[in-house]
Ligand binder design. Structure first.
Ligand code: ADP
Ligand code: MG
Length: 157
């Protein structure tokens, strides 16, 4: 499946990546699935922090890396389930944390290192890929796989 729409933006500070995350998080709705891809330090967690803010998660509900906990739940206009596949070495470990059950939990799922287990990702999703192009610069590209994610591009001029 090819993305229906893609857009990219260059950020020059972590705050800009966070702000872009907030802009996109504003469009999030229960049932959405967001796959975040990119290497260590690319800015995935920074992006998710902004995304959570855009979804209405309060600043007191601090978004931290789920690298150790594997999943964190936050409460905004809809629940946000934040996963990180970094430490998982096979898809059965992902299933062991109850990943499949979150699809019916009525929230938004966002996954760091989603590209580690592509077979676990829904065909219809928003994909966000972050790439370090210089120490403080990141190329952030987001792609709608499926028409239901085109609303994430409405702000594009
Ligand atoms: P990941 O979750 O992909 O491993 P993090 O978001 O945890 O990445 O870390 C990104 C690091 O890079 C942070 O220390 C952040 O301050 C820094 N950084 C520098 N410039 C940027 C930028 N433009 N966007 C995002 N992070 C940036
Ligand atoms: Mg991270």
């Amino acid at each position: 499946m090819f993305p229906v729409v893609t857009q990219r933006r260059l950020t020059t500070t972590a705050e800009e990546t966070r702000a872009l995350g907030a802009l996109l998080g504003f469009y999030a709705r229960a049932g959405d699935f967001v796959a975040c891809c990119g290497s260590l330090g690319a800015g995935k967690t920074t992006f998710v922090q902004g995304f959570a803010e855009g979804l209405g998660v309060g600043a007191d509900d601090y978004v931290r890396s789920p690298t150790f906990a594997l999943v964190h739940a936050y409460h905004g206009r809809a629940p946000l389930y934040h996963f990180d596949f970094y430490r998982l070495s096979c898809s059965t470990e992902v299933q062991a944390i109850g990943f499949d059950e979150y699809f019916d939990a009525g929230g938004v799922m966002i996954v760091e290192w989603a590209d580690k287990f592509p077979q676990l990702l829904p065909a219809v999703r928003l994909e966000v890929s972050l790439r370090m192009v210089a120490p403080d610069r990141r190329c952030v590209q987001w792609m709608a796989y499926g028409l239901s994610y085109v609303r994430y591009f409405l702000h594009a001029a």
